[in-house]
Structures are given as C-alpha cells and as structure tokens.
Ligand binder design. Sequence first.
Ligand code: DC
Length: 228
Amino acid sequence: MSGVEGAGDSGGMRVVAIDGPAGSGKTSVAQALAARLGLDYLDTGAMYRAVTFAVLRARGDPADRAFTAAVARTIDVRVTGEQVLVDGVDATVEIRGTPVDRAVSAVAANPEVRAEMVARQRDWARRRGGGVVEGRDIGTVVFPQADLKVYLRADPEVRALRRARQSGALDLGTGAGAVESVAADLARRDTIDSTRQAAPLSMASDAVVIDTTDQTFDETIEQILALL
Ligand code: DC
C-alpha cells in the first residue's frame, strides 16, 4: 500500500468492497459484514439515488449532464442508520421509489457525477480508517487496493423475487405480475449499468465471485469471513 491520496489506494485503511448487480444481496451482506467486523458501512447506490432524488425534486432532467453534475457537486447527503437526508429533506422512502428507480441509471452514467461521488466515497473511508463499501465500481475504481473484493451474483429470477419482496410488491397481492415487472426493471437497469462508458458494472480481476442463488444468507457471510 503506497498511501497515494485520492488514487483509490486503501493506504492503511481496511476496506472490503462488495460489488454486484441489483438484488444480488449486496446490502444485507455488506451490513452484516460491517457489524461482524466492527467497520462502518457505506451504500454508494444510496448516494446516486440521493442525487437523482434532488434532480427530480428540482424538476430537472436526469439526462441533462451539466445540471445533474451541478446537483451532485452541491448536494448535502446525510445517512444515519436507515435514514437518508438530502439537503435536509428526509428522502429515505423516496430514494427507493419508482421515479428514482427509473432515472438513477441515467444519472449514475454521468462521468462528472461519478467523479464527485467517488471523491466523497474515498473521503468517507479515509475519515473512518476504512469500511465495508457496496456498489458497482468499488473494487474496480473506488478502492482498487481493497483488502477484499467480493462480487456477488445471483440468477435474474432470484434477484427479481428478492427485490419484489423488499419493496412489498408481493404483499399487495399482485404476485407473479409484480415479480415480472420488477424483473423487467432490473434487466433494464443491468443493461444501462453494465454498458455505460463511465465505470460500468464489471468484475475486478482479483474479486472473489460468490453466487448467492442457492446460498443461505449465513452461508454467504461465513464464506466471506473465511476469505478474510
Ligand atoms: O445499488 P442500487 O440499486 O441502490 O444502485 C442504484 C443505482 O446506482 C444503480 O442503477 C447503479 C448505480 N450505482 C453505480 O453506478 N455505482 C455505484 N457504486 C453504486 C450504484
């Protein structure tokens, strides 16, 4: 570790990077790992969602690069436990809602937005001496020197079912239709996230790939702890 500031080097910090597509289990796995390791946890997807929320709230166009970049540079995002405050407004529920879900991939594809978020993510870890960080580009771009890089994957149907459960869509009695609609949304976001030019979702060459399709949550956690 050479300790080069801002170059993504984990320079003395303890960083665990958890990447993977939506619904692969990143959030619950990263939170549990952070608790087990006594590290802080950062959900970088929530940061891109917060920028998207602020853009929509200002009635901006998520495809307007200059505008979304300006929002990203000036936005104040505070995450306390589950609560997310965006410029002082409680956006905990709305950042997970359909309008943000639909627009977030376009915002996250903007290189200027990404540059600002990556700088904030590195700063976040530096202040804490590391952390468990989840996202799409953590092992490839944000912390290429992370102590451990995990890439979680799962079959698309399983990911859609998990997301539908999380969002409560299954409780609304819409059953298979709800899962299908979530699956279509996930597929659309996967395509944009993995084909964009700026830091697309991809696996670091030194990442450990874990397929959570048929694993229990505890099995996944134990496998990662064993790697550490
Ligand atoms: O993990 P999530 O579904 O909350 O992420 C929301 C969006 O943000 C998703 O479309 C991909 C994008 N994202 C990203 O581009 N880079 C990250 N490090 C984290 C999320």
